[in-house]
Design a protein. Structure first.
Length: 74
């Protein structure tokens, strides 16, 4: 039988640790996806849009903004 969230067999502390780990991993995956999208947008801007300086500035600024945003929420 598979234990559920409200199962009395699972200690409360273990359940809370598991949920905390799950949320941390979820934030890490979200950060990775957003950063990949940001990098691809900057590369498109630099190579296809012929504005590499703006692509570089947006990439650096966006990376710093993502780092700050995810550091504050953790």
């Amino acid at each position: 039988m598979v234990p559920t969230v409200n199962s009395p067999d699972i200690p409360l502390q273990e359940l809370q640790e598991h949920q905390e780990t799950f949320h941390s991993f979820s934030k890490l995956v979200l950060f990775a996806v957003l950063h990949i999208v940001l990098v691809l947008a900057c590369l498109a801007m630099a190579f296809l849009g012929h504005i590499p300086v703006l692509g570089l500035l947006l990439g650096l600024g966006g990376t710093l903004a993502l780092l700050v945003a995810f550091a504050i929420t953790s």
